[in-house]
Design a protein around this ligand. Structure first.
Ligand SMILES: Nc1ncnc2c1ncn2[C@@H]1O[C@H](COP(=O)(O)OP(=O)(O)OP(=O)(O)O)[C@@H](O)[C@H]1O
Ligand SMILES: [Mg+2]
Length: 244
């Protein structure tokens, strides 16, 4: 499954205070966009507003041609949106298998075990690193494996849009690189991808486009190769010296 995501003039924040200001972007079906920017610039808030966890104060959000701005998070899940948050994205005391099962049940309930097993087999093909760790409590996995388990649980929903908040956070360069190989594999399944990534090179390597978010506003939008090869990445990351 796949679906385009369109944000138009999105303003969102907490307790009536806007953190994200007038953000517009679109990702075609099967496309991938990476959001970069300094700490506290509102990246997670933007993603949470897409997911339905932070209320939309103004603007529009469309997934697969449907207006989703007024929908809560479970309704967005039912329309094909899956989200892996920046923190606490697995149940650490539950096995990998149970984490995957809960990913399935979040959308499908407890019925249809055969389909759940079929889906699990398909998901685990993408993640050989955790396929033989099914009985392990997710909290005992390595950091990289834990991120894979979190993504695998999200993919159990067979989403059309996958939203990832800093998947490489806390990982060694090697594990981060391995994780992004898996994200590249996920892309090949045709899913639409919206992610935040502090490791700019990794995040842009698997994306078509990138946006730089500074103080809750899009400072720059460009193709990923352009951002990777032509721009001054440290300056981009810290939001300095950018055309406005
Ligand atoms: N639950 C909340 N209630 C009130 N303010 C919040 C809440 N969560 C975040 N904020 C504020 O929103 C601003 C943006 O935070 P956000 O987490 O979106 O930034 P970020 O770009 O994801 O940062 P990081 O790179 O550190 O993850 C910060 O000033 C933060 O204090
Ligand atoms: Mg964040």
């Amino acid at each position: 499954m796949t679906a385009p995501l369109i944000l138009h003039d999105v303003t969102a924040g907490y307790h009536g205070k806007a953190i994200v200001h007038g953000v517009s972007l679109d990702i075609p079906a099967g496309g991938a966009l990476t959001v970069i920017g300094p700490n506290g610039s509102g990246k997670s808030t933007l993603l949470k507003s897409v997911v339905g966890l932070v209320p939309l104060m103004s603007g529009r959000q469309q997934l697969g041609g449907r207006e989703i701005g007024a929908l809560d998070a479970p309704a967005r899940t039912r329309l094909g949106l899956a989200y892996v948050p920046q923190e606490r994205n697995v149940f650490p005391n539950l096995s990998v298998a149970d984490n995957l099962r809960l990913g399935w049940e979040a959308l499908h309930g407890r019925g249809d075990r055969a389909k759940a097993t079929q889906r699990r087999d398909a998901v685990l093909e993408l993640f050989p690193e955790i396929a033989d760790r099914l009985a392990t409590p997710a909290g005992l996995l390595s950091g990289g494996q834990r991120q894979m388990a979190a993504m695998a649980a999200a993919l159990m929903q067979n989403p059309s849009l996958l939203v990832l908040d800093e998947p490489s956070a806390g990982l060694s360069p090697r594990n981060a690189s391995l994780l992004f190989d898996r994200i590249a594999d996920i892309r090949k399944t045709g899913i639409t991808l919206l992610m935040i990534e502090q490791n700019v090179r990794l995040g842009l390597r698997v994306a078509d486009h990138g946006v730089v978010l500074v103080n809750g506003e899009i400072r720059l939008r460009a193709s990923a190769p352009h951002l990777l090869h032509e721009a001054d990445l440290p300056a981009l990351f810290f939001g300095h010296a950018l055309p406005t």
